[in-house]
Design a protein around this ligand. Structure first.
Ligand code: SF4
Ligand code: SF4
Length: 140
């Protein structure tokens, strides 16, 4: 999930943080604007926006001028509108190796996620964090 270039090497790509987040991935208005500008319908279609008037709209049908009019955005199945079991962009590369299928344009919350830093996003099951803690306990 992490996207900070400087920290990217730390990530062991176990995919656990993405799995734990499930469908709680929420793009910012800026993310939506970029995806609309780039015509990324295959990404936008997984999100539904609730507008000020209470109506819901698939983000693939949103116009840039509507972005200031949104109350909330949720990740949903584009076909039946159900909640998803997990992020549809998570790709499995190997037995325990995963990657983000939209790494270059992933939501801001994924880009700023740093499970190895104490605070809101701290995630003690992060494999990179465990490796780092082990290293500090048993320096080579
Ligand atoms: S968008 Fe990418 S980084 Fe974010 S939860 Fe999904 S797979 Fe993980
Ligand atoms: S839990 Fe940690 S090691 Fe695993 S993918 Fe997330 S950031 Fe990378």
């Amino acid at each position: 999930m992490n996207g900070e270039d400087i920290e990217e090497e730390l990530c062991e790509h176990c995919g656990l943080c993405c799995k734990i987040f499930g469908d709680n991935v929420i793009p910012t208005a800026e993310n939506l604007f970029c995806w609309i500008e780039q015509g990324r319908q295959e990404v936008l279609k997984y999100f539904f926006a609730c507008k000020n008037d209470g109506t819901w709209k698939n983000c693939a049908d949103l116009k840039p001028e509507e972005l200031g009019d949104l109350i909330t955005v949720e990740m949903r199945d584009p076909i039946n509108h159900d909640y998803l079991c997990g992020c549809p962009f998570l790709r499995r590369l190997g037995r325990t190796r995963y990657t983000c299928g939209i790494h270059d344009i992933k939501p801001e919350m994924c880009c700023t996620y740093q499970p190895w830093i104490w605070g809101e996003t701290y995630f003690n099951r992060c494999r990179a964090l465990k490796k780092r803690e082990k290293k500090s306990r048993f320096p080579s």
